[in-house]
Design a protein around this ligand. Structure first.
Ligand SMILES: N[C@@H](CCC(=O)N[C@@H](CS)C(=O)NCC(=O)O)C(=O)O
Length: 217
């Protein structure tokens, strides 16, 4: 049933990593089609005009956008559920993922373009770093000290947050902040404890390996 699914994937994409985490945790059999950074294959453009990974293909159903892919996988009711019980918990799950998408990934994406110190726009860096820290602060406000973002098991909120926090942790030193997570103890503790889940640990290891490959170390 799930063997007919394929995911256009990039190992270093935080959005693709979100989907991989959901796929691993749900125990689904999804073929990965790895796309090199900046080299979205032409066949993908025949499937969607959005020109982005991740993209899920399930028979004749084509699903772009990481959050939509994760929700689609949930709605198929296959494997382990990553949606908590009850409207309040589901709202909290969606809130945390949305804080991540809108207020963390947005400024962090702008910072990715400034990693090379040569030609860096320091005013832009200062502005986006302030926005990023504000977003992490909002996330920290809504984390409640438990090992998972919502309730007592992995949910789609964790799938969204783990890759983002990986990059937040790694991007700090590139901009002169050695340990950015230490300023947010609740988020730091959460990021440590969620990695006790094997699928979260696996995705962090995949991101780490992909980042090392990209940096040539
Ligand atoms: N909002 C999208 C973002 C996806 C995205 O930006 N993917 C990047 C890789 S991290 C990409 O494919 N970029 C290629 C391009 O924009 O041409 C999601 O949640 O899936």
């Amino acid at each position: 049933m799930t063997s007919s699914m394929k995911l256009y994937n990039a190992q270093l994409s935080p959005y693709a990593a979100r989907c991989r985490l959901a796929i691993h945790a749900k125990g689904l059999d999804v073929a990965m089609i790895d796309v090199a950074p900046g080299a979205v294959p032409p066949e993908l453009d025949t499937l969607t005009p959005m020109h982005k990974v991740p993209l899920l293909v399930h028979g004749d159903v084509v699903v772009p956008e990481s959050e939509t892919i994760c929700e689609y996988l949930e709605d198929l009711n296959l494997g382990t559920s990553l949606r908590p019980e009850g409207a309040a918990h589901i709202a909290r799950m969606r809130l945390l993922a949305r804080i991540g998408d809108l207020y963390i990934m947005e400024p962090m994406g702008n910072l990715f373009g400034q990693i090379n110190p040569q030609g860096r726009d320091q005013a832009l860096v200062d502005r986006e770093m302030a926005e990023l820290l504000k977003g992490i602060g909002w996330l920290t406000h809504y984390l409640d000290g438990s090992p998972f973002a919502v309730g007592d098991r992995l949910s789609l909120a964790d799938c969204a947050l783990v890759p983002m926090l990986f990059f937040f942790d790694r991007i700090g030193p590139m901009f002169g902040e050695a340990t950015p997570l230490k300023h947010f103890p609740a988020t730091d503790a959460y990021f440590g404890s969620v990695q006790n889940h094997p699928s979260a640990a696996k995705v962090v290891a995949e991101l780490d390996a992909a980042l090392r490959r990209m940096m040539g170390s």
